[in-house]
Design a protein around this ligand. Structure first.
Ligand code: GS8
Length: 219
């Protein structure tokens, strides 16, 4: 019996994009279901009753939640093609450490660049650039975080790139000017078909966030 794979997702979600890239890397066919997060579907509530968040991967009727858990699951189930996590246990631990760092630091700093103003926004911008510089240091002169090939850390970080235009527009700064090596890495990743087809257009993200700012009364 063929695998039935369903992805519950929301188009601008960095976390959802991770899963889209992983499935594309593995060449897994799946059904994409867009969620309205203000009016969640019964399927989402049933499949992720704890957090009620996307992304959720439903594999042969069984749900897997949390983007990093989903990506690791995909890597283990479809292990014959495009390995994402390193095979060495120590390297694997390091890759998990950096994805945890991205989850804990980058998401919040990025969000605050457009959802706050004044001093709080200035602090968020500074924090965001510091996090990117730390990641840039970790990348070093390697083409990808894991070395010569695109892997788990690259896949977990690159979804943020389509939000950079939004962060930069509202907080008035330029990642490319401050972090050229990081930007070269991002452009390298964008050349991969699995990545290019999974990220939404940065202008569409900007339009979406501009609407949210209006709704939340940020100005
Ligand atoms: C985060 C998912 C998440 O924040 C992961 O999968 O890695 N740690 C999780 N999902 C958001 C949309 S993206 O910002 C979500 O589903 N929010 C709905 C809600 O909070 O009600």
């Amino acid at each position: 019996m063929a695998d039935e794979v369903i992805l519950l997702d929301f188009w601008p979600s960095m976390f959802g994009i991770r899963v889209r890239i992983a499935l594309a890397e593995k060449g897994v066919k799946y059904e994409y279901k867009e969620e309205d997060l203000r009016n969640k579907s019964p399927l989402l509530l049933q499949m992720n009753p704890i957090h009620k968040k996307i992304p959720v991967l439903v594999h042969n009727g069984k749900p897997v939640c949390e983007s990093s858990v989903i990506v690791q699951y995909i890597d283990e189930v479809w292990k014959d093609k495009a390995p994402l996590l390193p095979s060495d246990p120590y390297d694997r631990a390091q890759a998990r450490f950096w994805v945890d760092f991205i989850d804990k630091k980058l998401y919040d700093a990025g969000r605050k660049t457009w959802s706050t103003t004044g001093e709080e926004q200035e602090a968020a911008k500074k924090e965001f650039v510091e996090v990117i510089k730390t990641l840039e240091g970790q990348l070093g002169d390697k083409p990808y975080f894991g070395g010569e090939t695109f892997g788990y850390v690259d896949l977990s970080l690159i979804p943020f790139y389509c939000w950079f235009h939004t962060f930069e527009t509202f907080a008035k700064f330029s990642v490319a000017a401050e972090c050229p090596k990081f930007t070269a890495w991002a452009k390298r990743c964008m050349q991969k078909e699995s990545v290019a087809k999974s990220l939404p257009d940065e202008k569409k993200v900007l339009g979406f966030v501009a609407e949210m700012r209006k709704k939340f009364g940020v100005e």
